[in-house]
Design a protein around this ligand. Sequence first.
Ligand code: SF4
Length: 477
Amino acid sequence: MECISIFEIFKIGVGPSSSHTMGPWKAAEDFVQSLQKEELLSNVAKVEIHLYGSLAKTGVGHATDMAVQAGLSGLKVDQTQSSEISQTISQIASTQTLQLKHIHSIPFQALECIHFHFDQQLPYHPNGMKLIARDAKHILYEAVYYSIGGGFIIKDSQIGESATNSSTQGIRTFLTAQEVLEHCATNQQKIWEAVLKNELQQKSETDVYKDLHKIWRVMLECAHKGCYTEGILPGGLHVNRRAKDLNQKLLNHQNRQDPNVDEWLALIQQSNPNFNQVNKWISCFALAINEENASFGRVVTAPTNGAAGVIPAVLLYYYCFEENVSEKDLYKFLMVAGQIGILFKHKATISAAMGGCQAEIGVSSAMAAAALTECRGGSVAQSLMAAEIAMEHHLGMTCDPVGGLVQIPCIERNTMGAVKAITASNISLESDPSKAKVSLDQVIQTMWETAQDMNAKYKETSEGGLAVQIPVNLPDC
Ligand code: SF4
């Protein structure tokens, strides 16, 4: 059974999609790494990229083509700023040359080298891709990868093997919510304590908290940037950014000079805490993050990029508007949320190409609901109940992005996921979980069965729902 660390659920990367941008980027990085390891890099004359299934159908809108070029060029997905991506892609287009891993130049024209197989799907998963490196006459090396959601990738040669890797050995795998409940009862632990104990198998406590701090700061900086950036989102839909105006309005237009991140946080904490204002702040945080995500911004998968705004929106709500919340509480929040994401990844899916939007926004909302509940003093059973309530009311949610872009309905959908998470937490804190009729494990199983029954056109293909109701005429690849 695959062992997953919370640091695999929360990965720093770039937008707009964890499965269609980050995954293919990582696959391309792995591919050039393999060429170098096999000492083939300097013989490569041409690279072909073949995208199948959902990767082909929404690949242009989700920037799969750009991600693959960035990965082949040697840019690191977790370290690259959005300006570097556009620079690299423009340079490849203007010189018609791509420098593999910054080392070896090959002729490259995206239109000729990237092939979209709209009507074909590889066997293991809807997000399949094949990369082929050739010399003047022969195939030197080829590899098939699957991007299985949340930025996770698997090579076809690894399918069926234990996916346990060196960075996650020793981590105890909780397969079900019931196991979490029993473990915490036996050991008299909260969920965050069980998660921390697990992560300590891999790194020191200092490093665990250092990495959690890094995740929190990337989330925070992303929200801040989104609240101080205006304009139209890229991709051709001409969607206006809205977070900046909302942020200014909520701050009563004070401090027009852009405050830094920490000054901005302080301003929010001093702002009017009435229900409607707080509710608007939650939307503002989620809009800001997902507008950044749509603009190739630096985000954290939570558990995916499309749903990257739900958890930070609830986390920022908790930090800014609830009492006596310390940074350590935020780290506890992330640990609980990560554990819930792991349960969904084990027993269902976090891939919209497999399960629709219930697998993205639904899972992120369940993660946030459980985390907020435990941080507010809820019991383990109440936290798991909150996750169950949040997912129960996302069951069946389809993925139908207009124009294949992660903008409509995605950006607003994060605001809804965040509010449902807070409502689920409120309900669970006022409930007796021993009287609940539906368990988290049952709702995870229901989500998985719903995913399997869902028509393929509602699974990140842009062939159904809003994607076909809203006529768009976007530029080609
Ligand atoms: S509709 Fe939902 S699952 Fe589909 S791309 Fe948008 S956020 Fe992701």
